[in-house]
Design a protein around this ligand. Structure first.
Ligand SMILES: *Cc1c(COP(=O)(O)O)cnc(C)c1O
Ligand SMILES: [Zn+2]
Length: 401
């Protein structure tokens, strides 16, 4: 059994409430369980396949879930990049290996399952791209219609392609993500449509399994988990999940939650570094990493808690540093990610260079989305293929052999 609880005033709401923020005070909600009633053991869990649903006793879904087999993503040792920056124990959790190519699938298998459990007939979201791709696919899987609002001209082409192909009603607005979210929120409240942005606490329940999988894959708790931060849902989700394992006595420490933003879109970094009581929004965020081009992070309040309570860090990286790390991941490690994803590893490189990291630390960077999401940003960084006549001499000369 679970309930929704306001993180600010503690007002409680029953599990069948369709509600996104506290009606008493307007703050964010979180999902709470009676930890004493969770009877599954760690070894029970370890005998199941690695996936979001390995952890079903710690999730709020009571019906057969709407699933495309999300989670169970690879954890790679970054040997070459680690050597280059002086970190022996550097890992990447490749969330681009989810069904639609980003971690959003972990949230959507939960969110769309809850939509069905709550008897909702239509789902919607605003998105910088990946949320819409994922929502469209999971709504198709569930057999219900979906609506997605995108900031016109600011969504990577692969993501739009997915949303369109999976049959969502795709609307481009002449405004940024933050405005799209306000609009879809109003639409959902006024028309009884289920809102599946990360303000929806059930989405975060799915995403918290990233932290569980990391520990199950490593066999121990790492010192630090590093995530790119946009709306700050993911970093909040991973932290929240690990506090539950702490309460269950399954772990005795939580990694330092470390958030990385793009320099042109860094309100969480400013709040942490400036020791501000809350996140002050950015009116016109800008970065090549469109998935984290967010000025008013919805889950900012939760993220500040996650970072502060674990002794974590927030840091920003330039677009140049992001793209350079995207190339390093691709060329030195064989790991293809979209720009926002490279931010986590670029951030750890910067933190190491400025002396914020102990070189013995066990560090897991979450790389959040797949290379093919944003092919245009990739093509723009690479020289084009060499075109030749279809003869062997021409080939040898092109290869300078
Ligand atoms: C959504 C997304 C992010 C940002 O996650 P938040 O939970 O909004 O902080 C980062 N990278 C990619 C690829 C994403 O799709
Ligand atoms: Zn409240």
């Amino acid at each position: 059994m679970h309930r929704l609880v306001c993180i600010h005033c503690n007002t409680q709401y029953p599990p069948d409430a369709v509600i996104y923020t506290c009606s008493a005070c307007g703050h964010l909600l979180t999902v709470e369980y009676d930890i004493d009633t969770i009877s599954v053991s760690r070894s029970d869990l370890l005998s199941r396949p690695l996936s979001v649903w390995r952890y079903r006793e710690l999730l709020p879904v009571d019906i057969p879930p709407v699933t495309l087999q999300e989670g169970g993503t690879p954890l790679y040792h970054l040997k070459r990049i680690g050597e280059e920056i002086g970190l022996k124990n550097l890992y990447a959790k490749h969330e681009g290996m989810n069904p639609t190519g980003s971690f959003k699938d972990r949230g959507m298998t939960l969110g769309v399952s809850m939509a069905i459990q709550l008897n909702m007939k239509m789902v919607a979201c605003a998105s910088t791209g990946n949320t819409s791709a994922s929502l469209a696919a999971y709504a198709a899987r569930a057999g219900i219609p979906s609506v997605v609002l995108l900031p016109a001209g600011k969504v990577a082409i692969g993501k739009v392609a997915q949303a369109l192909m999976h049959g969502a009603r795709v609307i481009s607005i002449n405004g940024n993500f933050d405005r799209a979210l306000e609009m879809v929120h109003e639409l959902c409240i006024s028309h009884g449509i289920y809102l599946l942005n990360s303000v929806n606490p059930y989405r975060l329940e799915g995403q918290k399994t990233i932290g569980y999988e990391v520990i199950d894959q490593l066999g121990y708790v790492p010192d630090r988990i590093v995530l790119p931060v946009g709306n700050a849902g993911n970093i909040s989700a991973v932290y929240k999940g690990l506090t539950e394992w702490l309460d269950l006595g399954w772990i005795d420490t939580i990694p330092k939650m470390t958030g990385i933003q793009a320099a042109g879109s860094a309100p969480v970094v400013r709040a942490i570094q400036g020791d501000l009581p809350s996140v002050v929004p950015d009116a016109s965020p800008e970065t090549v990493a469109t998935a984290i081009r967010i000025g008013a992070p919805v889950n900012g309040e939760k993220a500040l808690i996650a970072i502060r309570k674990t002794g974590g860090i927030a840091e920003s990286v330039t677009d140049e540093e992001i793209l350079s790390m995207q190339r390093d991941l691709a060329r030195l490690e064989g790991i293809g990610v979209e720009p926002a994803s490279a931010a986590s590893v670029a951030g750890i490189k910067k933190l190491q260079e400025i002396g914020m990291i102990d070189s013995d630390e066990e560090i897991v960077c979450v790389v959040t989305g797949h290379l093919l999401k944003d092919p245009q940003t990739v093509i723009a960084q690479c020289s084009p293929p060499i075109e030749i006549d279809a003869t062997l001499p021409a080939l040898l000369s092109a290869l300078q052999l």
